[in-house]
Design a protein around this ligand. Sequence first.
Ligand code: 5GP
Ligand code: MN
Length: 343
Amino acid sequence: MEKGQLHKLQSFLSSKKNIVIVPHRNPDGDAMGSTLALCQYFNSKNHLATVVAPNEYPEFLHWLPGSKDVLLFDKQNKQAKRAIANSDIIFLLDFNALHRVGDDMEKTLEAYENDFALIDHHQQPEEIATYLYSDTSICSTAQMVYHFLEMLNDTESITKDIATCLYTGIMTDTGSFRFRSTTAETHRIVARLIEKGAENDKIHSNVYDSNSYNRLLLLGQALSNLKIFPAYKTAFITISEKEKKKFHYKKGDTEGVVNYALSLNDIVFAAIFIEDKEQKIIKISFRSKGDFSVNQFARNYFNGGGHDNAAGGKSDLTLEKTVAYFTSLLPNYTKELQNSYEE
Ligand code: 5GP
Ligand code: MN
């Protein structure tokens, strides 16, 4: 964050404030970990902070400290709107454009009269915030919240619960510390979070060893739907609404499934297409290894975006037509896909 903005924000926060903290729609581990950490930090500083999430987040994150006080904009609409109306400032975490909260909440935020602060690591942030901390080189928004506390000279105030939330955000957004964005600094921060009380084994187990039987069966179905195009080093998975029903799909059940497609040898580009009857779209996740930018691909063709190696988007076509459109694009990228990852 630019120095002048930081000082202005610090002086604004020097008296008690009502603060709302917002993650993106369909919040993931980083979105929930970073918002809950910041919320607990502000509350420990005598502010009145509340996390207002656009909609429900996966069950494997419900154990996070502070989780029970989260307001869901879609389900607890009155309370959520009241919290927003009563707030002096809104922190937007882990997203770069207002539409990422979903249509209804976007309207409420567009009408908001006080200032926004934005902490985020996605590319090309919209100019919506008075206070902007954007850095696309950082692995997770949770790590940025840690740096934000460093800017405030206040990492001393990190409690076990705050450390647990930050650890969860960093762990989930780095694929358990394996992605390129995981730096020596990330590991130094994670070490400090463990010193503050984050229990790495428990956090890992809470997030990754909490599968229902049906979730594993859905994964089995997804894997049997896997298709590969060796000529383009590309693999993709589909999941239809019918398949979701069959295995009693719950929010979060398809999280991470796309990574199985990317785990194949000689594959550098992976996608998953998930039918969503409720939103009437096909929700898409893209992943890549090396230099092929899925952020650009998602922006160009699927109304989305994200990071160079992990991005998302959507399609209004049917599942079959979306897949046909996707495969028709691949020949345009033969060279880039062949050269994305030099061993
Ligand atoms: P995922 O595939 O796990 O949903 O998302 C991968 C990354 O892309 C995340 O950082 C997420 O915030 C971003 N992302 C997912 N869907 C969209 C989308 O529709 N638009 C944009 N701009 N970013 C997205
Ligand atoms: Mn993130």
